[in-house]
Structures are given as C-alpha cells and as structure tokens.
Write a protein that binds this ligand. Structure first.
Ligand code: NAD
Ligand code: TYD
Length: 352
C-alpha cells in the first residue's frame, strides 16, 4: 500500500517544527512533507534531528505563489494538509499588515483551492487542518472564556488576517464540502520560538543584561500552553476530530504579563547564579502596543471531554524546562539573533 502523504506548511517555524518532529517520529507509515518559505521565522536548524529520516522531505516554497502550490499539489496528490505557515507576530502586523494578508489570507486560499482541486472526486480519508489562534475572538474583560461559539472580533492586523483565513476554511467546507477542521489555540511557549515573542525575547535579554521592554503597565493577561502539548492536541484532532469541527486549545493557565516576567526573572537569576532580584532590575515600562488586547483565556473543555486531551505540564515546570533549553542551546539563540541561521539552508541543501 502507498504511504499516506501529509503536507505540513510552516514546519520550519516554532510550532510547525514540533508538529513535524512528532509526526515524523510517531508515524513511520506516513510521508511527511514540510513546505516552508524560510522567512525570518523559518529555521531548518529546528529540525536537525529529523532531517535525514526517510519519511521526511523539505520543500522550499511560498504558499502565496498560486501556480507553485497548484503544481505541487497536482504532482504530489497529498492525502492531508496541516496548515501552520503564517506571519505570526502582532507587532510586525502593525508595521507591515500587507505581508499578513498575502501569506495568511491569500496563502490559505491558494492551499484550499489546490486541495479542493485534487480531492474533488474523492474526499474519503482526506483532511485539511487549519491551525489558528484564540486572538480571532478578540479581547476578554476580567472574567469569562473563549468557547468555540464565541463570535469573532479581531483587533490586530494579525488576528484579522487569521480570522479571515478561518472564515475561508469554513466557507470551503460549507460550499464545496471540503473536509476541513480548525483549532484555535492560546499563546504557546517552549523551545525553538523566535526571540521576538515575549518569553524567548526576555530570556535572551536577561542573559545579555539588556532591558526588558514591558508594554504599558504589564497588566495584559495571556493563557500559556507548552508547545509540545499543542502538537499533541493537533495530532489528536487531526486523527480523531470530525469534518467541519472547531476545537479550542488552551492551558487554563492565565498569567498577567508582569507576574510572568517576574517569575521568569526569578528562574533566570537561579539558573545564572545571580543574586535574587538582579534580573528584575532590567524591567523597563515602554509605550503600550496599539490596540493591545487585555485578556485571552480559552475554554478547552470540548477538546478535553471529546478527545481526552489535557496539558501535560504545570507552567512553573514548563518555564524551567524552557529556560534550561534556551540556556543549553545558546548557539541556536546566537545564530537566530545574528541571522546566521539563514545560511543553514544553503549549507544543508545546496548539493541536493
Ligand atoms: P512562526 O512565525 O514561528 O512560523 C511560521 C512559519 O511559516 C515559518 O517557518 C515561516 O518561514 C513560514 N512561512 C511564513 N510565510 C510563509 C509563506 N508565505 N509560505 C510558506 N511558509 C511561510 O509561527 P508559529 O508561532 O509557529 O505559529 C504557527 C501557526 O500557529 C500560525 O498559523 C499561527 O497563527 C498559529 N498559532 C500560533 C500561536 C503562538 O503562540 N505562536 C498560538 C496559536 C496559533
Ligand atoms: P507576544 O509574545 O507578542 O504574543 P501575543 O501578542 O500574540 O499575545 O506577547 C505576549 C504579551 O507580552 C502581549 O501582551 C504583549 C506583551 N509583550 C511585552 O510586554 N513586551 C514585549 O517586548 C513583547 C514582545 C510582548
């Protein structure tokens, strides 16, 4: 029997690399294709441990390139797609929204069209999994949670582009019967996250004794989930969810930014053998992010009840693990911050 071909987009990014690793190791009977444009956020060093496995293949390409996507799908006839490729940083979306429309909206629609084309005569066993964010739901006040029924209310260009892509995915299900599934997850943290997002940025700044820029008063709240728990949820949903369904994924782990930052400072002082209180002195309050959502919090009870998933780590444990990973992988961090990681593709793939 031919092996199932699964295309994972954005597999060289933070969450994508964890999903690729999980699928390549867990499913030797699948062929896993990782399609990535290798933007500043894509780093093949994240996948060093699986790059030579026989069920893994990397494809360099842009999901916004309609012809390239159409041709790739016509040639490879994928059985499944797990779509993570995106522009993902809110601050960048404020300075350059167009990139977000091009990749997150047009790129997603190109993938939907190409899948719809190759699966039009036989949808059995096929699945298009769209990985999305809780930010599409907007901002909560002091209380309440986002459920799968919460109305969309995005505020940043990033969340507006993700909301738009979610709507297109559902529209292709309702209009063409495309077998889709969507999940909306809260903030992820863990190894291989690009150090522009809060946790890795602050770990790197503390390590280098640089200021920690806290937006506004540091009172915004995020619900943090360890990235490997997200990858496990994606695996469960991909294999056991039903067509047309949506699942919220979250850690029931809300932290006010300033409390999280103080915890991080404490863990870093400990690991770096610094006097307690040393890293906190780096905290610097800066101008707030425009349109800064106050609070995100996910109700993931559907996923927990229906598929039996739950987060495996307590936050304090996850943060310890994460800090240790970045401190033990200083070369990765230095390569990423210096831009050297972008030469990795040339080195690894120029002779292939
Ligand atoms: P990331 O920015 O670390 O990685 C994105 C990847 O997509 C990179 O490898 C990049 O090279 C690739 N990419 C970007 N544009 C592309 C294009 N046009 N064609 C092909 N590849 C392209 O992002 P992440 O944090 O790993 O997020 C992955 C997905 O999960 C995104 O869809 C994001 O919206 C969603 N998500 C992220 C979080 C989070 O906390 N990071 C939470 C919920 C959902
Ligand atoms: P971020 O990691 O960018 O994720 P998101 O905006 O998608 O939730 O930011 C997490 C929180 O940390 C958010 O409330 C903004 C805040 N933040 C800072 O205070 N300083 C920073 O330098 C960054 C990057 C974020």
């Amino acid at each position: 029997m031919e092996k199932k071909k699964i295309l994972i987009t954005g597999g060289a990014g933070f969450i994508g690399s964890h999903v690729v690793r999980l699928f390549v190791n867990k499913y030797p009977s699948y062929l896993i294709y990782n399609l990535d444009k290798l933007t500043y956020a894509g780093n093949l060093e994240n996948l060093k441990d699986v790059e030579n496995k026989s069920n893994y293949k990397f494809i360099l390409g842009d999901i916004a390139d309609e012809k390239f996507i159409y041709d790739l799908f016509s040639k490879e006839q994928f059985d499944g797609v797990i779509h993570l490729a995106a522009e993902s940083h809110v601050d960048r979306s404020i300075t350059n929204p167009n990139e977000f429309v091009i990749t997150n909206v047009i790129g997603t629609v190109n993938l939907l069209n190409a899948t719809n084309n190759i699966w039009k005569d036989n949808k059995k066993g096929k699945r298009f999994y769209h990985v999305s964010t809780d930010e599409v739901y907007g901002s909560l006040g002091e209380t309440g949670y986002f459920t799968e029924q919460t109305a969309y209310d995005p505020h940043s260009p990033y969340s507006a582009s993700k909301a738009s892509s979610d709507h297109f995915v559902r529209a292709y299900h309702d209009t063409y019967g495309l077998p889709v599934i969507i999940s909306n997850c809260s903030n992820n943290y863990g190894p291989y996250q690009f150090p522009e997002k809060l946790i890795p940025l602050f770990i790197n700044n503390i390590r280098n004794n640089k200021p920690l820029p806290v937006y506004g008063k540091g009172v915004n709240i995020r619900d943090w989930l360890y990235v490997e728990d997200h990858a496990v949820a994606i695996d469960e949903i991909y294999h056991r969810g039903e067509d047309g369904e949506t699942f919220n994924i979250g850690g029931h782990n809300e932290w006010k930014n300033i409390d999280l930052i103080k915890l991080l400072c404490k863990v870093m002082d400990n690991k770096l053998n610094r006097e307690p209180g040393t890293s906190e002195k780096l905290i610097t309050y800066v101008t707030d992010r425009a349109g800064h959502d106050l609070r995100y919090a996910i109700d993931s009870s559907k996923l927990q009840k229906k598929l039996g998933w739950k987060p495996s780590l307590q936050f304090e444990e996850g943060i310890e693990k994460t800090v240790s990973w970045y401190l033990n992988n200083k070369e990765w961090l230095d390569n990423v911050t210096s831009g050297n990681y972008q030469k990795y593709y040339e080195k690894m793939y120029s002779n292939r």
